[in-house]
Design a protein around this ligand. Structure first.
Ligand code: AVJ
Length: 324
C-alpha cells in the first residue's frame, strides 16, 4: 500500500517529531546509552544549575566571576570602538555586565541563547540598565550555524563564551565550534572565553558530587523532563547520580546508573537496562593552558592574553582571529 508522507506522519505522535524526542530515542538506543547535556536546562534544570553555582564545592562560577572582576579593565583594552559583544549561550547576563561596565567601547550586545524566555527577559532588563546600548537578542542553538543580526554588520565583533560551556564539547567539537566562531565573527574579531583547568582530582570530584545532592537532582531532572515532555515512565528511585574524573581524557563524566534490570517506556518505545548500566549525560572537559592553546591555534585563533585565579583553578583567555 502506498501512503503519502502526510498520511504516514499523521500516525506518528507529535512528540516523536521534535528534535528532543529524536535525540532521546537515538541516545537511549545507542551503546553506551547517552543523552545531551544541553537538555538539562528546562525551567527547573536552569534553577538547579543556578543553585549549583552557589554550592561551596562548585568553584567554577565564582572563580570565573572573580577573574572577570579583577581583569575586566585589561579585557576592555582589547575591545575596539563601537564593538558588538556577542555572547554564546548567555543565560544570565551577570558576567556580560562586568565587561559592559569596564568597556565603554561596546556599542551593541547580542546574547545568543536557545531558551527564549530567559533570553528575552534578561535582554529587556539589561536594556533598561544600559539605555544607550543596542541590545539584539538572538534565539538560536549556538552549537549550530545561526545568522548574526543585520544591525551589527558594520561593527567590530567581540565574542564572549564564559562559563566553561566549551567543556561540554568533545575536543573535536570544541575545535569545530571555535572554527565556526572564527568564520562567523570574521577577520579582526576577538573572543573572550572561559574554561576550567586540570587540578587536584579531589577538588574536581567534590564539585560534581556536592554534599547537598543538588548536582544529583540536576542530573536526575533530565529523566523528569523526559517523563513529562516525551511521555516517559522513568522511576527516579531506580537511577542514581554518578560523577567521576576520567584522568586519561581529562574530563568529569556524569552518568545516571540503573539500580537494577529494568524496562523503561519513552515516546512509545521500550528501552532495556541492565543492572548498573548507565546513561552518559555529560562530559565536562578540563584543559591545561597548553592543551587549550593547541585547540585554539588549530581552529583559526591566536591567543593574545590569559587570566587565571591565584589557585589556578579556572582560566579566561582572549583570542583573535588568526590573519590568513
Ligand atoms: C555549565 C557545562 C560549565 O560542566 O561544570 C555543573 C555544568 N554539570 N555541574 C560544568 C554542570 C554539573 C557545567 N557547565
Amino acid at each position: 500500500m502506498v501512503v503519502s508522507v502526510q498520511t504516514a506522519l499523521r500516525h506518528v505522535p507529535e512528540v516523536v517529531r521534535s528534535e528532543f524526542a529524536r535525540d532521546v530515542i537515538a541516545g537511549l538506543s545507542a551503546r553506551p546509552k547517552q543523552l545531551s547535556p544541553k537538555y538539562f536546562y528546562d525551567e527547573l534544570g536552569a534553577q538547579l544549575f543556578e543553585e549549583i553555582t552557589r554550592l561551596p564545592e562548585y568553584y567554577p562560577t565564582r572563580t570565573e566571576l572573580t577573574i572577570l572582576e579583577h581583569h575586566a579593565g585589561e579585557m576592555a583594552k582589547l575591545v575596539p570602538a563601537d564593538a558588538a559583544l556577542i555572547e554564546f549561550g548567555s543565560g544570565s547576563t551577570r558576567k556580560a555586565r562586568l565587561l559592559l561596565n569596564a568597556a565603554s567601547a561596546i556599542g551593541a550586545y547580542v546574547p545568543v541563547d536557545i531558551s527564549s524566555e530567559m533570553l528575552l527577559q534578561e535582554a529587556a532588563e539589561l536594556q533598561r540598565d544600559y539605555p544607550r546600548l543596542t541590545v539584539l537578542p538572538v534565539e538560536a542553538d549556538f552549537t549550530k550555524p545561526f545568522q548574526l543580526p543585520r544591525g551589527i554588520a558594520s561593527r567590530p565583533r567581540v565574542g564572549f563564551f564564559p562559563g566553561s560551556t566549551i567543556g561540554n564539547f568533545e575536543p573535536h567539537m570544541a575545535a569545530a565550534f571555535l572554527s565556526h566562531a572564527a568564520e562567523r565573527l570574521g577577520a579582526g574579531a576577538t573572543l573572550i572565553i572561559g574554561f576550567d583547568l586540570v587540578k587536584d582530582v579531589k577538588v574536581l570530584h567534590a564539585a560534581y558530587n556536592d554534599a547537598a545532592g543538588v548536582t544529583a537532582r540536576f542530573n536526575l531532572n533530565l529523566l523528569t523532563r523526559i517523563n513529562r515532555e516525551l511521555g516517559g515512565n522513568f522511576n527516579l528511585d531506580m537511577f542514581c547520580h554518578q560523577a567521576f574524573y576520567n584522568t586519561e581524557r581529562r574530563r568529569i563524566e556524569m552518568h545516571l546508573a540503573s539500580r537494577d534490570r529494568q524496562r523503561v517506556r519513552v515516546a512509545g518505545r521500550t528501552f532495556e537496562f541492565r543492572g548498573g548500566e548507565t546513561i552518559h549525560t555529560e562530559n565536562s572537559y578540563k584543559y591545561t593552558p597548553e592543551s587549550f592553546d593547541a585547540i585554539a591555534r588549530g581552529s583559526g585563533w591566536t591567543p593574545v592574553a590569559s587570566w587565571t585565579d591565584p589557585n589556578g583553578y579556572f582560566a579566561v583567555q582572549a583570542l583573535t582571529v588568526t590573519a590568513s
